[in-house]
Design a protein around this ligand. Structure first.
Ligand code: ATP
Length: 338
């Protein structure tokens, strides 16, 4: 996975607005290697869909450049039409054609192929998504999860160089969503498909992607794998957006050097010999473990996950020890204010 397949170089995208235009994607760069699954993760309105639309050829660039497999797709002066890009898309409302059966839907992008080759490809991708028996069914006869698989089969059928997925699981219940995310990742791996997913759901991003870009206000703040985002966030926004935790002065945990540290809920562990004392404010049962809200001697409130049978009650004082190395000196950025 070393050859660059998708390359975005400093792209800027703007929409017309009263009195001029409004930039919604700014100086955004990323590279996906062949077969890699990337993800743009961010809150609603941060510009994720706009990036996909620019890659697909629906939005022109104001600045920068988009390349796919060495071919220039977009610059401020050229925009290759969407149908010539070799890109497959599966967007939020994966609308299947209601009057076509599953085979008709999946074969839609294969219109130029001889009948036998087309049918063989339809059967192949339906088997890939686990629906080999449903070629003759109509969309209304399928569950949401099955419709989503048909939409995936339709997007994969023409063997696109790149697959773009915009919140592909948003219409599904949580169980189906988690199941399909893992399944979709396996299918993309098996077919060696390069893909870029956008989502606001961290669990989905973690389940699917090799590399994740945390977006805020049209920019990528950090591009890294899930572990790195969680354990070594580049700034306070990423620290707050990815995973639970809190930022507090290093001194509050008895650490030298000043500055601030990011403390995740698994980094303080009850231990009678621990040097840190805290008052238990509340405890909440969350399935296999409890979440304790603790107040440190300096007044800082932190969240800690604990498991076992003897969960300390509110009002008690707990001794704790620090595990792992908390991250020091999280830089502030101008975007942190929001
Ligand atoms: N066609 C358009 N014309 C003008 N403004 C638009 C247009 N499409 C999107 N925007 C604005 O651009 C910004 C980014 O929108 P975009 O849909 O890319 O965000 P997003 O992160 O994908 O959000 P969501 O998760 O809600 O889909 C938003 O403020 C949105 O209102």
């Amino acid at each position: 996975m070393s050859q660059a397949m998708l390359r975005l170089d400093d792209i800027r995208v703007a929409y017309p607005a009263a009195g001029g235009e409004r930039t919604v994607v700014e100086r955004l760069s990323l590279v996906l290697a062949k077969g890699e699954i990337g993800c743009l993760l961010g809150a609603s309105g941060c510009g994720k869909t706009t990036v996909l639309r620019a890659i697909a050829g629906f939005e022109p660039l104001r600045a920068g450049r988009i390349e796919l497999d060495g071919q220039v797709l977009s610059t401020p002066t050229t925009t290759l039409p969407p149908e010539h890009r070799g890109i497959g898309m599966m967007f939020q409302d994966y609308a299947l054609f209601p009057h076509l059966d599953v085979a008709g839907n999946v074969g839609f992008g294969l219109a130029g192929r001889p009948r036998a080759a087309r049918n063989a490809r339809i059967a192949e991708v339906l088997a890939l998504v686990g629906l080999p028996e449903r070629a003759g069914a109509y969309p209304h006869e399928l569950s949401g999860g099955q419709q989503q698989r048909v939409a995936l089969a339709r997007a994969l059928a023409p063997s696109p160089s790149l697959l773009l997925l915009d919140e592909p699981f948003s219409n599904l219940d949580i169980d189906t969503r988690e199941h399909l995310a893992a399944e979709l990742r396996a299918i993309l791996r098996r077919t060696g498909t390069t893909a870029l997913l956008v989502t606001h759901d961290q669990a989905e991003a973690f389940a699917m992607a090799d590399a994740i870009g945390v977006m805020h206000r049209g920019r990528i703040l950090q591009w890294a794998d899930a572990q790195t985002l969680y354990r070594a966030p580049a700034d306070r926004f990423v620290a707050g957006f990815v995973g639970r935790g809190c930022v507090l002065p290093a001194g509050a945990l008895g650490l030298p050097g000043g500055g601030e540290v990011l403390l995740r809920p698994d980094q303080l562990v009850p231990d009678d010999n621990g040097a840190i004392r805290a008052e238990v404010l509340s405890r909440i049962f969350r399935g296999p473990q409890h979440v304790l809200l603790l107040r440190l001697p300096g007044g800082e409130v932190v969240e800690v996950d604990v498991s076992g049978n003897a969960i300390p009650a509110p009002g008690t004082t707990l001794a704790l020890r620090l595990v792992g190395v908390p991250l020091v000196a999280l830089p502030r950025r101008e975007v942190d204010a929001s």
